[in-house]
Design a protein around this ligand. Sequence first.
Ligand SMILES: [Zn+2]
Length: 686
Amino acid sequence: MDTKYDHKLYEDKIYKEWEQSGAFSPVVDKKKKPFTIIMPPPNASDPLHIGHAREVSTQDILIRFHRMTGDPTLWLPGADHAGIETQFIFEKKLREKGKSRFDFDRETLYQMIWDDVQKNKGTMESQLRRLGASCDWSRNKFTLDPDIVKIVYQTFKNLYDDKLIYRGKRLVNYCTKCGTGYSELEVEHIDQEAKLYYIKYGPFVLATTRPETKFADTALAVHPNDKRYKKYVGQEIEVEGLLGNFKLKVISDTYVDPKFGTGVVKITPYHDFNDFEVWERHKNEMPEPKQVIDKTGRLTEIAGKYAGVKIKAAREIIENDLKEMGLLEKVTQNYLHNVGVCYRCKTILEPIPSEQWYINVKPLTTKALKSIKDEKVKFVAKKYEKIAIHWLKNLKDWNISRQIVWGIRIPAWKNKETGEWVITDGKAPKGAVWEQDTDTFDTWFSSGQWPFATLQTTKKGDFEYFYPTSVMDPSYDILPFWVIRMVMLGLYRTNKVPFANVLLHGLVRDKNGVKISKSKGNVIDPIDMADKYGADALRIALVRGVQVESDNSLSEENIKGQRNFSNKIWNAGRFVKDFDNRVDDNKEFNDYYQKEFPKKITLLLEKYKIGLAAEELYNTFWHKFCDIEIERAKKDEISSKQLKEALMVLLKLLHPFMPFITEALWHELGNKDLLLTSKWPSISNV
Ligand SMILES: [Zn+2]
């Protein structure tokens, strides 16, 4: 036996043995209840980050534990095409080569991204193996697999046939740089200081941060109780403007804050979400909305001589022109307001009118809420249940169109002559008049179907046996994007919830508690760490002493410290292997290691208290087994036989957390079968 444990000599070899043993694939036994986790599919285009390593460790611990207790256990891996994120990263690569997406036609661009993704997908999968993920590769799925796409199409068609899909001209949050719209959930809000322009509108002066949108005004509005302006309500007023005189009607609406500016605001329905709502309430009192900003962030033809100018430049030119014409009363600085920005490129998002596909979410959220109330779906941490309920209650109709090529193209065709739309299950309708929607589905629309779509397309009988799954465990930050959509769409398509329990794990932060990101320069690469200290050290460092639902602080020092634990385990193994004292067994000793301690760990794992279980194992192994029992054995108070048996139990209990070193030692101690498939020491009755 090697005097020192060198993880590099063992980890790859052991993983291959596990994989070749076929034990990652469950044996279906109708008499037994399966334990199933569908892995949140990592982005196919990215290598794994440290957050994934925490996710993988958490799930693999549960999976290995259940497999050892004898449950038919399935952990289904997969990869997400991650529409907009992937296209964004690919476009960045193009830019580095001096190209842009506009240099290629749709098919070429798609193929280029596809090839790039296939390459990276392999990297991601080998990294999962590197971390010891004992998932069933024979059931590996990708969100763009043809059979998955077919299901996604069918869901869209069903929703359409059920009149839950409609085409709406609505405002979307649009990034003029990335060239795509975002759903409300994806918008990042920041506070920003802006200038406030006080512009003369006939007899009024009104304050706005956006003078460049004034060409699309359709009304002026005041608060109904504002005595100053009562006499104007319902009147049309004449306004002198940059492009000549025009008329605007004054309406009253409680949305207006009499204390903001002068208490009069302009209504620009196509460029402000609140104004759009005002327009919907007062449609009969004002003209149709007008669009003055286009998708490239330039002013449209209705801006006359300002047409084609970009927003920021237009704002400055207009400020000067208003000043020259005596229409600008004053400009104040540092007005703090909240704006939505693109979460990828931080460009301020423009509310822009666009025709898109929407899901009427109400019937879906109602069922989802009921399933939570009825405890069909249970949240391990109650605080996340509250958040889920909040999102479900407040979810607005879901815009599922994305203006990108990477993803699942929407199976909707428009008749070029009549403008009529048809939805199919993927096939083009007959005739040359039909042209397909160029948009793709929001990536959460397809990943929201992941639990049933995967199990319906793997092996025959999988869906019937493994669905609903046992646990869903993404990080808590995607609860509103993903978890609630899976419940909604799962119920819609299968009449069953997709999973019984929602375990949401926290994020990994650096040692100062700061979120880990490339821009902050505090990245801890999981594969580097596994190479340096072993996958086992990394895995236990990520979970030990941390509540699953909480964030944890990680540093390289932590991981290094756990490598010392690996060494401690190895050295204990070396001692026990050769130790032989031939004395009688000590009764009290066996009780603890064969019953009491295994039961304690089992109970903790059944309650998802993984961090506490790891802590108990660490302390017991190091400070009890090594520091006390080995010394007692040297004094012949414990027999070598029972010392060895106790070590076997500890290896089993440690296996889910540190699978490689425990497997290696297991064989060093003379066991022929895999520790991976050995029997868990204690099954509790709870
Ligand atoms: Zn952007």
